[in-house]
Design a protein around this ligand. Structure first.
Ligand code: NAD
Length: 490
């Protein structure tokens, strides 16, 4: 235990950066606070341009060695990291829950096993990554995925380790080195991952973690000229700032951003399923980029749907996220709670009606917001057009399929869309017209790493997943070889 260690529920976490295989402290720190009860978890090193430059230099120095490491050996080390994650699932789960207040039971049983899966999946995918050769007038074309160099990965707080490893795993598998800057509200599991990766035998400098604020450490990293890829998950305004910085160096950048996704419920749907899908949108206290926050219901079933939705939502248990029985924990930060309530109060003042919720949960105090459903909202209103990122849903009705599609597509986002319908032909027709990176029909949140993931319009730029991840994190090269004895007479 040193002055640079904090403990969360008995788990020790190093509060320093991880650069070039060493723990480096900054002279200044920032306080990491738990949203569960507002308690200070500890002081974290606050990175600046100095630490950012050191991390990029370490990643640059480690790059040739890691890029030249045989695919099978890279895959072996990624599998060892996955095994290390599996061994520490309890530690990772409890630390993440204290840091971002998402449910402990989800971290234990869903999120952290998925973190391990991220490493295994991309390790295995690397080993089968191949492009079929093709011929041009007797010449062979061979496509290869060359590692690009140091990659800067910037991630948000709503699913910290899950989203970070979704980028780290393919970037490392591809033979790149990485500098991760986790969100300043949730710095802890990234530090544990650095320990796990080092124990798994990942060479020094291949994975670096710089802690700190976006405007300081983050901006210095994305502006650095030696960076070869930037992958960002977060909000649209930050993406615009990062896009401007990366444009200065012409660095390929991938953006996974916000959403305002629709759930379309047709009269021919299984109503119980549709209600379940709608209530599921309160998961993680509504702090899910993919959440279908705009419920669009066919007029003829709107009253019945709303009644059943309210009944089902009333069974949700709001409380301490460490309690196995809890369905809905607190939101992340006082600023976020204020933002959520601001959206709701302005909507109510503009004529919206709260079927349920509409205010913070004062019985629980702290950062708990009551699950909220608003009706009588106008399509062009703020509450329908802007991402709230809290447990707030709107409900609108439609008369025809055409109107449903028009409402669904009428925002500046295009991350996901969900349909509840019993008519397969309708599902195909509607899906074809929706602007969204992912469409779920009669289901939600089924995500396979083989699938392309990303958003259209202002929900993102680019797709990651399966080979798409390798396309992004690599420089693709085509090698054309002439047949034996060929002479160019042209
Ligand atoms: P944010 O944009 O405020 O911050 C995200 C990260 O960017 C943090 O690490 C932050 O420190 C960093 N950052 C801030 N300014 C920066 C700068 N100038 N240069 C470099 N880095 C900078 O987002 P947030 O509030 O942490 O996350 C919530 C947002 O993330 C929501 O909009 C949500 O929809 C989105 N999100 C999207 C996905 C997806 O896959 N599409 C997944 C989860 C969250």
């Amino acid at each position: 235990m040193t002055e640079h260690t904090l403990t969360v529920a008995g788990v020790a976490v190093d509060t320093r950066h991880w650069i070039g295989g060493e723990r480096i402290a900054s002279s200044e720190t920032f306080t990491d606070v738990s949203p569960i009860d507002g308690s200070a978890l500890g002081e974290i090193s606050r990175g600046t341009a100095t630490e950012a430059a050191a991390a990029v230099a370490a990643a640059k120095a480690a790059f040739p060695g890691w890029a030249a490491t045989a695919r099978a050996e890279r895959a072996r080390i990624l599998h060892a990291i996955a095994d290390g994650v599996d061994k520490r699932i309890e530690d990772l789960a409890i630390v993440e829950t204290h840091d971002n207040a998402a449910l402990l039971r989800s971290h234990r049983r869903g999120v952290m096993p998925r973190v391990a899966h991220n490493f295994r999946f991309f390790a295995d995918w690397l080993l089968k990554l191949e492009h079929e050769e093709f011929e041009t007038r007797g010449h062979t074309n061979q496509v290869s995925w060359d590692p690009a160099g140091p990659c800067v990965l910037i991630t948000p707080w709503n699913a910290p380790l899950m989203l970070a490893t979704w980028k780290i795993a393919p970037a490392l598998a591809a033979g790149n080195t990485v500098i991760l800057k986790p969100a300043e509200w949730t710095p802890l599991t990234a530090s544990l991952l650095a320990d796990i990766a080092a124990e798994a035998g990942l060479p020094a400098g291949v994975l670096n973690v710089v802690q700190g604020y976006g405007a300081e450490a983050g901006n210095a990293l994305v502006s650095h000229p030696d960076v070869r890829r930037i992958s960002f998950t977060g909000s649209v305004p930050t993406a615009k700032a990062i896009g401007a910085a990366s444009a200065a160096n012409l660095v390929p950048t991938s953006f996974e951003l916000g959403g305002k996704s629709p759930l379309l419920v047709f009269a021919d749907a299984d109503l119980d399923l549709a209600v379940d899908l709608a209530v599921e949108q309160y998961d993680n206290a509504g702090q899910v980029c993919l959440a279908a926050t705009r419920i669009l219901v066919e007029e003829s079933i709107a009253d019945e749907f709303t009644k059943r939705f309210a009944q089902k939502a009333a069974t949700l248990k709001q409380g301490d996220p460490r309690d196995e029985a809890t369905d809905l924990g607190p939101n992340i930060h006082p600023r976020q709670l204020e933002k959520i309530d601001g959206f709701v109060q302005r909507a109510l003042a503009a004529g919206a009606r709260a079927v349920i919720g509409g205010a913070p949960n004062t019985d629980l105090g702290g950062l708990y917001y009551r699950p909220t459903l608003l009706t009588h909202v106008a399509q062009d209103s703020e509450i329908v057009q802007e991402e709230v990122f809290g447990p707030v849903l709107t409900l609108q009705t439609f008369a025809t399929e055409q109107e449903a599609v028009a409402l669904a597509n009428d925002t500046r986002f295009g991350l996901a869309a969900t349909l509840a319908t019993g008519d397969h032909e309708r599902a195909e027709r509607v899906t074809a017209q929706l602007v969204a990176g992912t469409v779920w029909v009669n289901c939600f949140f089924v995500r396979d790493l083989q699938a392309p993931f990303g958003g259209s319009r202002q929900s993102g730029v680019g797709r990651e997943g399966g080979t798409w991840s390798f396309d992004f994190y690599c420089d693709l090269k085509n090698t054309v070889t002439a047949p034996k004895g060929w002479r160019n007479h042209g």
